[in-house]
Design a protein. Structure first.
Length: 131
């Protein structure tokens, strides 16, 4: 740290800026997570409505196929939540997701699959709004 102080003219300012950048990044990531969870919630509600309609024989095969796909996503989320209980959850969950990609198994629910694309779009929109 002493070398860093001698190199930079304003180390305290650099520290404050980096701290602010970290918080903004964290807020942006949490907003993306909130959107993904809201989407998953809405899809699950639609799934339950479709199953209710199926019991009355009012649902089509396509609607039932989409409901079954969402049920699979729900089971994926429940299976992944098992790792939250483990002591090293911040390490195990990314490891399981990475191993799933290597093996070719989709571990995350569908609303979480395109999070990186959503993040890029969000950053682009924020930069346009600043200009």
């Amino acid at each position: 740290m002493k070398v860093y102080i001698y190199i930079h003219k304003a180390p305290i300012r650099v520290f404050r800026i980096s701290k602010r950048r970290l918080w903004l990044r964290l807020k942006r990531d949490l907003l993306l997570l909130k959107e993904a969870l809201a989407q998953e919630k809405q899809e699950t509600k639609d799934m339950l409505v479709t199953y209710k309609r199926y019991t009355k024989k009012q649902a089509s095969h396509e609607e039932l196929r989409e409901a079954n796909k969402q049920f699979g996503d729900l089971l994926k989320g429940l299976g992944l939540s098992m790792f939250v209980v483990l002591p090293f959850a911040p390490l195990t969950i990314p490891l399981v997701v990475k191993l799933g990609k290597i093996v070719g198994v989709d571990v995350l629910p569908s609303s979480f699959n395109n999070m990186s694309e959503k993040k890029k779009k969000k950053i682009a929109n924020l930069s346009k709004n600043k200009e």
